[in-house]
Design a protein. Structure first.
Length: 163
């Protein structure tokens, strides 16, 4: 669903699994930090709201969005979280760099989800303008960080479900 039809921060809390005792890792890009720090705050606050202890949330910053995949892999292997959230922001410029970075991070997240028994949550904003990024980092469309945290809790519940 397009973001302009659904606020990223709106959800029915009765359908969100609790996070007590769950260990969450967040890897966040320093590039576009005016956006990514808002995403991080949204994810962090939402995890706390649903019972994840602050001691169980590990945050690692990496230089840019391209480095999110390696950061995620490292955290999965070193701290063994129940879920990992990747947060970044790539704003389209005049060169094809935007496309290469976005495709790389998308493919990296997919490969990590296949390789490890840990849900890797894709919280990368891929926008055309800075204004669109602001709108999705706590602005008029909500906060992608909130959505990523909720997705992490839901995917942990799925991963722990016995079929």
């Amino acid at each position: 669903m397009a973001t302009d039809l659904h606020n990223l921060s709106e959800y029915d809390s009765s359908y969100i699994p609790r996070g007590e005792g769950k260990k969450i890792a967040i890897v966040v890009s320093e590039w576009n930090s005016n956006i990514t720090e808002n995403l991080l705050q949204g994810a962090y606050d939402t995890l706390l709201k649903f019972g994840v202890s602050s001691q169980d949330i590990s945050i690692q910053r990496v230089p840019g969005s391209f480095e999110l995949t390696f950061g995620a892999k490292t955290l999965i292997e070193k701290i063994h979280p129940d879920a990992l959230i990747m947060l970044g922001c790539v704003i389209q410029g005049e060169t094809p760099h935007f496309t290469y970075v976005c495709q790389s991070v998308t493919q990296g997240a997919t490969e990590l989800n296949i390789k490890y028994d840990v849900p890797v949550i894709f919280g990368l904003l891929t926008t055309t303008t800075l204004e669109q990024a602001k709108d999705r980092a706590g602005g008029r469309h909500g906060n992608k960080g909130d959505e990523a945290a909720i997705t992490a809790l839901k995917m942990i519940a799925l991963n722990n479900r016995e079929f």
